[in-house]
Write a protein that binds this ligand. Structure first.
Ligand code: HEM
Ligand code: HEM
Length: 222
């Protein structure tokens, strides 16, 4: 994880990191509420709608998580508080990676279970996505058990993670939570573009202008 050692002025995560973090919380909350609501539905049609919404929000979690992992590569993270013990840093670091692993694997388990059960994911009632595997009832059972177990693990880890954030804020009274809050101000540009592909992409508009100006075929008479 990129922590900006030697840059004490960087106090908060960049806006994209914060937006994607709280968007994930919203999506995960929807996914869990919908999973629980399935059992309380008043009709079969309502239960089916909850299942499809659960699947749709669940698959969004996968894409948002992928986006976070990509964006992280270009972002600089603020330092942990100077007085944070090594063991606590270690726990924070690895629990965040564990969260990423669960956030990526859970939607895949759900999708595989759905297809193995002979169903399709109907994305927000817009249409069915193609099945990634064929029907296999035995496999569907195993995948559902795995989906339930990972669901529990994810729930537990999120509870621990949120408790740790509150512990930092109210007991240790440091800036850990403030750094992730939606309205935190960025004191310094916190995005570091890599030398390679992104730099080239950012220069494409300038390159296009140069080509148009230099190429006589593209120069229309004034
Ligand atoms: C991060 C994303 C997800 C989380 C946290 C999650 C969590 C859960 C939980 C907690 C349950 C209830 C299990 C139980 O009844 O004990 C469940 C059920 C289920 N999930 Fe997911 N899920 C996610 C994504 C998905 C996706 C993407 C799909 C399919 C495309 C999916 C398909 C299902 C299905 C079919 C069930 C069984 C529903 C039923 O008939 O009771 N899930 N999920
Ligand atoms: C769905 C629920 C949540 C998930 C999946 C989640 C996941 C993560 C991940 C992966 C990070 C690492 C930073 C990054 O890569 O963006 C992070 C950081 C953080 N999260 Fe969460 N989070 C959740 C909910 C919460 C809640 C409810 C709180 C507050 C009560 C919270 C507070 C924080 C804080 C303060 C950090 C920065 C920690 C640090 O400096 O390392 N998160 N979260």
């Amino acid at each position: 994880m990129l922590r900006t050692d030697g840059d004490p002025e960087l106090r908060v995560f960049d806006p994209a990191i914060r937006f994607l973090h709280w968007l994930t919380l919203f999506l995960i909350a929807a996914v869990f509420v919908l999973a629980v609501s399935i059992d309380f539905a008043s009709s079969k049609a309502e239960a089916a709608a909850f299942v499809q919404l659960h699947r749709s929000f669940g698959i969004c979690v996968w894409f948002v998580t992928l986006g976070r992992l990509v964006w992280r590569q270009f972002s600089r993270f603020p330092n942990w508080p100077a007085d944070m013990p090594e063991l606590m840093r270690f726990a924070a670091h690895w629990s965040e990676y564990a969260l990423y692993a669960l956030l990526l694997s859970q939607p895949i388990l759900g999708l595989l279970h759905t297809n193995a059960h002979g169903d399709r994911l109907n994305l927000f009632f817009l249409g069915d996505l193609p099945a990634v595997i064929g029907r296999n009832r035995q496999l569907a059972k195993v995948l559902l058990e795995a989906h339930e177990t990972v669901g529990l693990l994810l729930f537990g880890l999120i509870a621990l993670h949120a408790s740790a954030a509150l512990y930092h804020h109210f007991w240790r009274r440091d800036d850990t939570l403030r750094a992730m809050l939606p309205l935190g101000r960025v004191r310094r540009a916190s995005i570091r573009y890599p030398n390679g592909i992104v730099r080239i992409l950012l220069r494409l508009p300038w390159l296009a202008t140069v080509i148009v100006r230099q190429c006589p075929v593209l120069n229309f008479p004034a």
